[in-house]
Design a binder for this molecule. Structure first.
Ligand code: PGA
Ligand code: MG
Length: 227
């Protein structure tokens, strides 16, 4: 058996249960036992991946907000700010639409560089308003992300790798959507779970037979040479 490679894991669609919402608890043990850095790279706001690392019992190496927020374990970097996305959200509301998360909005409450909109909301006006502000809308299959075009998970991974001292080319990544394409382009070996969108499947070295955490667990076993 060779040494574990550094891992880069997406959350939604990748660590989730095959048949329902929420993290699949079977992922905690292999991640905790992994003998190399594990980077959690997500579109979710910063507290979510930090909490995941905390409860999994692993060091906090985190890409949040699709690369807008990067935490190397020592330093936090921001590669965009929230102002432009906030202006888009306000214009979208003024046009009569809603972000769709309810009054207290725990999806955007701690978001620092972008704004997420619920998939049930109309995307065309959102895209138009975002374009007027020079921003893009990324559909992860879990939310529409109104964001600066610069941040991405792959560049953020490079920042973490440089700080921690591993080579992104040695990493193995698992993901499910368009926001994982930059990760797949940065790492040496990439897997898309079976539920992945077309862009992720096209960008991955391999498409797994199994969906969600079933696929990810199979990939981890494969990488460790046990399957
Ligand atoms: O925040 C999202 O929309 C998706 O999150 P993910 O990048 O962990 O899949
Ligand atoms: Mg995902």
């Amino acid at each position: 058996m060779t040494a574990d490679p550094p891992l880069v894991l997406d959350i939604d669609g990748t660590l989730t249960r095959p048949d329902a919402w929420g993290i699949d608890p079977r992922i905690f043990d292999p991640i905790r036992a992994w003998e190399a850095p594990v980077v959690i790279a997500t579109g979710k706001a910063f507290p979510y991946p930090v909490a995941l690392c905390h409860f999994a019992g692993i060091p906090e190496l985190v890409v949040a907000e699709n690369g807008g927020v990067v935490y190397t374990g020592d330093d936090v970097y921001y590669t965009a700010d929230r102002a432009a996305a906030q202006a888009v959200a306000e214009a979208y509301r003024e046009a009569g639409y809603s972000l769709g998360w309810g009054e207290e909005d725990t999806v955007n409450r701690w978001r620092e560089t972008e704004i997420a909109v619920d998939l049930e909301q109309p995307i065309e006006p959102l895209r138009e308003i975002a374009a007027d502000h020079g921003l893009e809308v990324v559909d992860t299959g879990y939310a529409y992300h109104v964001k600066d075009t610069t941040p991405n998970k792959g560049d953020a991974l490079e920042t973490i790798a440089e700080h921690v001292g591993f080579d992104p080319a040695d990493c193995v990544a698992v993901g499910d959507s368009v926001n994982d394409v930059s990760t797949f382009e940065t790492v040496g070996r990439s897997f898309a779970v079976a539920n992945a969108d077309t862009s992720a499947k096209n960008a991955a070295d391999e498409v797994l037979a199994d969906a969600h955490a079933d696929g990810t667990l199979a990939a981890l076993e494969r990488v460790r040479g046990t399957a």
